[in-house]
Design a protein around this ligand. Structure first.
Ligand code: GAL
Length: 849
């Protein structure tokens, strides 16, 4: 036996070395503060570009790639909300696993060398179920949300402190050497606080001091909160924030939500925001003294499960963000913003060194100069009118397209104009394949499905009776979308009115969000609200029988409200009246106050059918176009790594699970209005309904299935269909980037990468058109169109103009085919001059294989 004093020398050496190693690898905290111009990181003012990625809206397997693509796109910061109801579904029972692994997400941000902005809320809005509040919060006695209410404040503080502690324990604050440089408390309360009376003021003061007391070592922000108490920075949210000023001369001008597009609702058309306008808004913000801007969203992702808010928010949360729902780069949005970020960063030194000086160059024309005594000079020239202008600045002449900003990092040469896009456009497409690769006959397709009928009306043992009509959310606590309201009513022999051709009408009024009415076990009619008005009122002609008739009303929610004062109290479900009209001689019977039987949720939910277990049937023939059926099949994953979607065309409405994981609610029968999609011009103020596509079509047919949720073969797909559909029509699809285009004019600035080029020759060569295949191992396989002169049209539909250089196609083919990427000078020196004195451009369409 050796005593303690006998530790041999080598052990001491190991201890010593490991101490040294620990010292060397411990990252020391940085100091994050702010002044009137910017956030300061270790005493240095910074110009920062940020983007939102919400971790539960993708999978952990996707996170590193999304973060890397954000970094490659020029972001410095990743911003996310923290989703309380995901993390604490049951009071005091926490979930930080899988898609809810917040610590892992923040660590990945740090590992990529990016900063994080943690918006704890814990009210988050975000088109997320109930704005992020857990449902149990609603049932705490005496609670009132988002106001000076003790029970609410206790819970809000507990959760906020829990998250802060967790981040501290993992050393994730910048003050500890981690990536988090900023935190948010509350969310846009200033937009609605007047509804809460004087208690709003004391609540916001409390929230501010509660947050500050948690001592994160980094600044806190409140967005859209003009009265945010010191030291909390009030920040701006909106499509434009260039005119925003913070509430103190000591706070920097920050923009926490620049909406890169907009969210989609079931029943709505698909919103998009042209990148020319988005880039204009960003450039205007940095032009007029802003130093921190965040894209909401940079990656929107998917509302898996029942996580959508609304009601009626779609399962896709694509948002027209620079990274699409599936995590693919959206071009030209991503690329043009990348160029924009580089141009702004070329100005960073001047931007943080001094205050901007803005002067007018004419109507709707503004020059802003950042000039120091030490010789730094950067300038922004803006045209916020809609027509093109030529301006004179410092003795030079500059062409400014309408609604654009030119960025001059040296006060002379243009690095970028927000309306002139050098980045290529990529048009993606979905390639469909059947669920059963080998089964093409209708017979074999249907034989691969099995099913279980969901009973109409009451089927569970925990059903209960209550007189009168119950509000749905209080009743279900959102354990399920579904609540059955059931009743039997006796019709006397002489009551049915069929002889004279008139019918009885079932009248139902509901707070929403949708309902299906069954009479004597048969679907008699349905009704649904919409994003603008969740309420449902239906008048359904019904055929009653003499004697006992059953009325089973299935009421359903489609995402709980997330926005507005008292959104938590809006309620849902059939609150009545429920009446039978047109009984004998037009009499009306009001059923509202009768004894109703209630069932929360479905039998199939209780049985756990979503996992695919249980006894599924395959005989007799597959039922189609019938309501309330659970379907099951298995499928093999499409080969390759392209993102996967399921196309639910042919189905009605329901929810779907892949290998037991919910991919969300599907609703391809909810179609957008036919009008509202007329041509969208990026010039002029954007609003969420300005630019829409997909009018008159289903709002969403394709639903994302994350690659990490599927095996190469033998995957289980389960769906619950409410209305009726034909599951044999369901198909798999993979998202691929099909067509590449670019259109660059002689007056485009040089690629921003070449801005600081010393080579006179390069500078003289003029603008450059570049194409690059989006995926590794791809090369440009064909040039579908190439024209230098006056080509017309847009990507996918270019055509030659009157003026065209005959050599263009062969020059482009030679430069591009067989290569992963290629660049061609968009100038007469490369392509010849087919029409002297005419403004020319080069348009190319290519494909990769
Ligand atoms: C903001 C809110 C965000 C999100 C956004 C719309 O008002 O702060 O959480 O809901 O609107 O997408």
């Amino acid at each position: 036996m050796r005593g303690r004093d006998q530790i041999p020398q080598p052990h001491l050496l190991v201890v010593f070395l490991s101490v040294l190693l620990t010292l060397a690898t411990t990252s020391y905290g940085v100091n994050v503060t702010y002044d009137n111009r910017a956030l300061l990181i270790d005493g240095k003012r910074r110009v920062l570009v940020s983007g939102s990625i919400h971790y539960p809206r993708s999978t952990p397997e996707m996170w590193a790639d999304l973060i890397q693509k954000s970094k490659d796109g020029g972001l410095d910061v990743i911003e996310t909300y923290v989703f309380w109801n995901a993390h604490e579904p049951v009071q005091n029972q926490y979930d930080f696993e899988g898609r809810y692994d917040l610590v892992k997400f923040i660590k990945l941000v740090g590992e990529a060398g990016l900063y994080a902005h943690l918006r704890i809320g814990p009210y988050v809005c975000a088109e997320w179920n109930y704005g992020g509040f857990p449902l149990w919060l609603h049932s705490i006695p005496g609670i009132k949300f988002r106001t000076d209410n003790e029970p609410f404040k206790v819970e809000m503080q507990r959760f906020t402190a829990k998250i802060v502690d967790m981040m501290k324990q993992e050393k994730l604050y910048a003050s500890q050497g981690g990536p988090i440089i900023l935190s948010q408390i509350e969310n846009e309360y200033g937009n609605i606080d007047s509804s809460y009376g004087p208690a709003a003021k004391s609540y916001i003061k409390w929230a501010a001091s509660m947050a500050v007391s948690l001592d994160t070592g980094v600044p806190w922000v409140m967005c859209q909160q003009a009265d945010a108490p010191d030291p909390i920075i009030n920040t701006c949210n909106g499509f434009y924030c260039d005119q925003f000023t913070p509430n103190s001369k000591n706070k920097p001008k920050m923009w926490t939500e620049n909406w890169s597009g907009w969210f989609l609702s079931f029943g709505g058309a698909v919103p998009y925001r042209p990148v020319e306008d988005l880039a204009f808004a960003v450039a205007r913000f940095y032009q007029l003294g802003g130093t921190f801007q965040n894209y909401y969203m940079y990656h929107g992702g998917t509302n898996f499960g029942r996580s959508t808010g609304g009601p009626f928010i779609s399962t896709s949360y694509d948002y027209d963000a620079p990274l699409d729902e599936y995590g693919l780069i959206r071009q030209p949005k991503w690329g043009h913003l990348k160029d924009l970020h580089k141009s702004i960063k070329l100005c960073e030194e001047a931007l943080v060194a001094t205050d901007p000086v803005t002067s007018s160059l004419g109507q709707n024309l503004e020059a802003t100069v950042y000039k120091t005594g030490t010789g730094l000079c950067s300038a922004f020239l803006a045209n916020f009118g809609t027509s093109d202008k030529t301006v004179n600045f410092n003795g030079n002449s500059y062409n400014l397209p309408g609604w654009s900003v030119s960025i001059l990092p040296d006060c002379k040469n243009v690095a970028l104009n927000t309306a002139k896009i050098n980045s290529m456009t990529v048009i993606p497409s979905f390639v469909h394949q059947s669920l059963k690769g080998d089964a093409d006959s209708a017979d074999s397709r249907s034989s691969s499905w099995s099913w279980i009928n969901e009973p109409v009306g009451i089927s569970k043992n925990d059903a209960f009776m209550k007189p009168g009509l119950l509000e749905q959310i209080n009743t279900t606590a959102d354990k399920s979308d579904y609540l059955w309201y059931s009743l039997s009513t006796v019709i006397k022999d002489n009551e049915p009115l069929l002889e004279d051709g008139s019918q009885t009408v079932l009248h139902v009024e509901s707070l929403g969000h949708a309902l299906h009415a069954f009479v004597n076990g048969k679907l008699a009619g349905s009704g649904t609200g919409n994003a603008g008005n969740a309420k449902v009122a239906v008048e359904i002609p019904v055929t009653l029988l003499p004697g006992k008739n059953t009325i089973d009303l299935l009421s359903l929610t489609a995402g709980l409200p997330n926005y507005g004062a008292f959104f938590d109290l809006k309620g849902a479900g059939i609150t009545g009246p429920v009446k039978l009209k047109g009984l004998e001689n037009g009499t009306t019977v009001d059923l509202s106050a009768l004894q109703w039987t209630y069932q929360i949720g479905l039998k199939g939910e209780e049985l756990g059918l979503s996992s695919g277990n249980s006894q599924w049937v395959t005989l007799p023939a597959l039922p189609t176009k019938q309501p309330l059926i659970w379907y099951k099949t298995s499928f093999n994953a499409p080969a390759g790594d392209d993102p996967i979607a399921i196309d639910f065309t042919g189905m009605g409405k329901g929810e779907a699970w892949v290998n037991g994981q919910s991919i969300g609610r599907y609703w391809p029968t909810n179609v957008s209005p036919t009008s509202g999609c007329s041509n969208c011009n990026y010039r002029g103020s954007y609003s969420s309904s300005k630019c829409l596509k997909n009018c008159g079509k289903p709002s969403q047919t394709l639903y994302h299935v994350p690659r990490s949720w599927v095996e190469s073969s033998g995957n289980t797909l389960v769906l619950f269909e409410e209305i009726g559909g034909d599951p044999t029509q369901i198909a798999l699809a993979t998202k691929q980037s099909a067509i590449l285009c670019s259109h660059v004019s002689e007056s485009h600035p040089l690629p921003v990468d070449m801005w600081s080029s010393n080579s006179e020759a390069e500078r003289k060569a003029g603008p450059v058109l570049s194409l690059e295949c989006p995926f590794p191992n791809q090369v440009i396989s064909s040039i579908k169109f190439a024209s230098f002169g006056t080509p017309r049209g847009t990507c996918g539909s270019f055509s030659h103009g009157q003026c065209r250089s005959p050599r263009t196609l062969s020059i482009v083919q030679k430069a591009c085919i067989g290569s992963k990427s290629c660049s061609i000078g968009a100038s007469t020196s490369t392509l010849g001059d087919p029409c002297r004195g005419v403004a020319k451009s080069l348009a190319v369409e290519a494909s990769c294989a």
